[in-house]
Design a protein around this ligand. Structure first.
Ligand SMILES: C[S@@+](CC[C@H](N)C(=O)[O-])C[C@H]1O[C@@H](n2cnc3c(N)ncnc32)[C@H](O)[C@@H]1O
Length: 279
């Protein structure tokens, strides 16, 4: 039986680290909402200046999507609409931005219907109204279609959005050609990772593209991260609280998919990336 402390443990033992995946989901969603509501404006900026791997990981995911799009360009160009969804897309959402950049590069933005999901209402609103900072680095080094923050924010403002957990998406949300989730699954406990995987499969069209990238930190790297973030502040000088997290391996995450034909997988020190086609 795992004992419940209704706060994130800032100094877990190795055993407590291994048991984090059994902590009740309410602690995960409550602390994610608190953290990302405070990080709303600063999330992407901090990634670009403090830890690059979420940028690299989302780029890798979208490189797979770009390969799929360019090998089926005729199909996508003839479709009247391309429905795409990003699960966990607050604070500007790097995952969404990389996806839109690829769609723009292939002249598909006009027919793109974007849906954004997040558990934090405030952070989701920041994405939609463009209330976040975008570092120059993204334009200089990573985007090929977008040239300015104004262009990016204009695209995001057209999105439809739902404040919802990704384990229980709105029943009538429809089905999507492309479903992605970037660095969100470590905010779910083990059972919820399984539920969210089923939701991804439910809402993706047969033949549609699924892309998942997430953190898989070791105990030592997680402790270093906690140490570096124990006194974190946002640009308004407010303290940013920790969110409950837990990590599983690429292999374990793969075992949750029932209808995914895997076409790309990779594992680095900090993240795994898993992409494929829904059967
Ligand atoms: C680390 S951020 C990643 C944002 C974006 N996908 C990216 O790659 O930049 C994780 C996001 O997941 C959201 N989140 C956490 N738990 C969630 C849940 N159960 N359902 C929906 N969103 C959740 C957080 O509010 C946050 O916006």
């Amino acid at each position: 039986m795992v004992s419940i402390n209704w706060k994130v443990n800032p100094k877990p033992t190795k055993k407590q680290f291994e048991e984090m995946k059994f902590i009740p989901s309410t602690l995960f969603s409550k602390t994610a909402k608190e953290r990302f509501s405070k990080l709303d404006k600063d999330y992407i900026y901090k990634k670009a200046t403090e830890e690059l791997f979420p940028i690299i990981g989302n780029k890798e995911l979208c490189e797979f999507i770009e390969k799929e799009i360019s090998s089926n360009l005729d199909y996508y160009s003839k479709k009247p609409a391309i429905k795409v969804i990003d699960l966990g897309s607050a604070g500007g959402s790097l995952s969404t931005l990389f996806l839109l950049d690829i769609l723009g590069k292939h002249n598909l933005l006009e027919k793109t219907k974007l849906v954004l999901i997040d558990v934090s209402e405030k952070a989701l609103e920041s994405t939609i109204v463009g209330n976040f900072y975008l570092p120059d680095l993204l334009f200089e080094k990573y985007f090929s279609y977008f040239k300015s923050a104004v262009e990016v924010k204009a695209e995001l403002s057209k999105a439809k959005y739902f404040c919802s957990g990704i384990t229980n998406l709105p029943k009538n949300i429809g089905q999507f050609d492309i479903c992605i989730s970037g660095f969100t699954f470590h905010h779910l406990n083990l059972q919820d990772k399984q539920k969210a995987t089923s939701e991804i499969e439910r809402i993706t069209l047969e033949g549609g593209v699924i892309g998942l990238v997430d953190e898989c930190l070791t105990y030592e790297d997680y402790c270093d991260w906690l140490n570096a973030h124990k006194n974190e502040f946002n640009s308004s000088g407010e303290q940013v609280p920790l969110a409950q997290e837990c990590f599983i391996s690429l292999e374990e995450q793969k075992s949750f998919f029932k209808t995914l034909s895997i076409k790309h997988e990779s594992k680095t020190r900090y993240y795994y990336c898993l992409c494929g086609i829904k059967q």
